[in-house]
Design a protein. Structure first.
Length: 97
C-alpha cells in the first residue's frame, strides 16, 4: 500500500503521529462516520483533513473541517507531505495485476 508507506516515512521523519490501516471507524466531524483504508493518528486532537484517493480519476479530494466542497489535487504535491501524485498513480497502475 503505497500511501501508507509514504505516510509512515513522513511521520517517522516529523514525529507528527502514526500511520494506521483499517478496520477502524472514525468520526472526522460530528454526525459523520467513515472507515478509511489508511489514516494518521496525530499528536494533535481533531481531524485536520481527510483525503479520498480516487484511483479511477487519478486525483485526491482533500476535505477540511467546514468545507462544503473538497480541494481537488491532481499532479500537485500534498503539502506538507510530499507525494508526487502523477508518479504515485503511475506506480499504482504499473503494479496492478
Amino acid at each position: 500500500m503505497l500511501v501508507v508507506e509514504a505516510l509512515r516515512e513522513y511521520l517517522q521523519r516529523t514525529k507528527a503521529g502514526h500511520a494506521a490501516i483499517s478496520p477502524a471507524d472514525l468520526t472526522p466531524e460530528p454526525g459523520a462516520l467513515v472507515q478509511p483504508d489508511a489514516f494518521v493518528v496525530g499528536l494533535v486532537a481533531g481531524v485536520p483533513e481527510y483525503w479520498i484517493i480516487d484511483l479511477e480519476a487519478r486525483l485526491v479530494e482533500r476535505w477540511r473541517p467546514g468545507d462544503e466542497r473538497p480541494e481537488i489535487l491532481t499532479e500537485q504535491e500534498i503539502a506538507p507531505l510530499t507525494i508526487d501524485l502523477a508518479a504515485f498513480f503511475g506506480r499504482v497502475f504499473d503494479s496492478a495485476p
